[in-house]
Design a protein around this ligand. Structure first.
Ligand code: AHG
Ligand code: MN
Ligand code: MN
Length: 333
């Protein structure tokens, strides 16, 4: 079989759809290269002294793992000098990171969750990186946080890498979702799945069920119906999967269908769930929609939400369109 590299794929997409100008292609290739470096560090594990805690806290008040910090540094360093970006923002940094003056400033903004699934690092379970690309507003000179506060529908690129048994990169530039596998010997990303589509029929759901006593009524009703199985209103049995790395759960759903939920609940009424809108929910929602699925916060399409803060949280329901529609409808009743 002829192998198509990430570069060749991006050039062909540009010829076909005219959506990936050279600067954007550079951006995607630099992010992909950074993910390759992170994958290498992840793969070293204890041998590379990358496991365990960094003894620091991020803006969300979460203890940072060494790999959270290392992955953030890798992405920052890789993306600073190419001239394709105006600024970056990350789960691991309180404020935005404008490109230093010594480098030319580009027209894109990059957001990332450098290491998703931190609780799985030390136990050798799949983890990943999530990223989202926006265009800087017209006429912007010195980038500020407000320049990032654009709804997800404005994303020009979204993607994630999974560092699992294989390292894969899943990408959309608005023309379908494509998956690349890292050839570790050659050091290259090879196109292995073109135009991923979420299967419509599903028998799988993903939610952290240990929180069930805190769930609001619509979520409880929806999950109760799934659990009632073949004798309940759904008339079939469902299976549950929860990796606790959103990248791995979403990757399964893109391949095999299903629904992923991280709702808000009654524990902290002011907290809109756990996941962050701008660098977790938005990129995943863009990918899922491009693969024929849907993503809501229980009421609205995630991509329509006007962000108010960089680190804003949002409830997430995403995956097979019919399932997302059903649980969203329960919220509306
Ligand atoms: P992060 O490691 O970037 O903080 O994200 C972890 C997220 C997400 O990947 C996952 O789905 C969820 O947290 C797991 O939450 P629980 O610990 O509640 O299972
Ligand atoms: Mn995350
Ligand atoms: Mn993270």
């Amino acid at each position: 079989m002829k192998r198509i590299s990430l570069t060749q794929h991006l050039i062909e997409q540009q010829r076909e759809h005219d959506t990936i100008p050279a600067e954007l292609r550079l951006l995607i290739e630099v992010v992909a290269r950074a993910c390759k470096t992170i994958s290498h560090a992840v793969g070293k594990g204890a041998l590379g002294d990358v496991l365990g805690t960094a003894h620091s806290e991020n803006i969300q008040g979460e203890i940072q793992k060494k790999l959270d910090v290392i992955s953030n540094e890798i992405l920052l360093e890789a993306n600073e000098w190419g001239g394709h970006l105006a600024a970056m923002a990350s789960e691991e940094m309180e404020t935005i990171h404008p490109i230093p003056n010594r480098y030319p400033m580009g027209e894109y903004l990059l957001l990332f969750d450098p290491l998703d699934g931190s609780s799985n690092i030390d136990v050798n379970v799949s983890i990943g990186t999530i990223f989202s690309v926006l265009k800087a507003p017209e006429g912007m000179h010195a980038p500020q946080e407000k320049d990032f506060l654009q709804p997800g529908s404005k994303q020009v690129v979204a993607g994630y890498a999974v560092y699992g048994p294989q390292t894969v990169l899943v990408l959309t530039t608005g023309n379908g979702v494509h998956c690349f596998t890292l050839d570790r010997e050659m050091g290259s990303w090879v196109l292995t799945q073109r135009d991923m589509k979420i299967p419509e029929q599903t028998k799988e759901y993903a939610i952290n069920a240990s929180n069930s006593r805190h769930w609001h009524a619509p979520v409880k009703r929806y999950v109760d119906e799934l659990q009632a199985g073949v004798t309940g209103v759904r008339g079939k049995d469902f299976n549950m999967r929860w990796v606790a790395s959103m990248v791995a759960d979403v990757h399964r759903i893109l391949n095999r269908g299903g629904i992923f939920m991280y709702p808000a609940d009654a524990r902290e009424p002011d907290k809109a769930g756990k996941l962050r809108l701008m660098y977790e929910a938005n990129p995943m929602a863009f990918l899922v929609e491009q693969a024929g699925g849907a993503a809501t916060d229980g009421a609205r399409r995630i991509l329509d939400i006007q962000p108010e803060k960089l680190h804003q949280r949002v409830p997430v329901f995403l995956g097979s369109a019919d399932e997302v529609a059903r649980v969203t409808e329960y919220h509306q009743k």
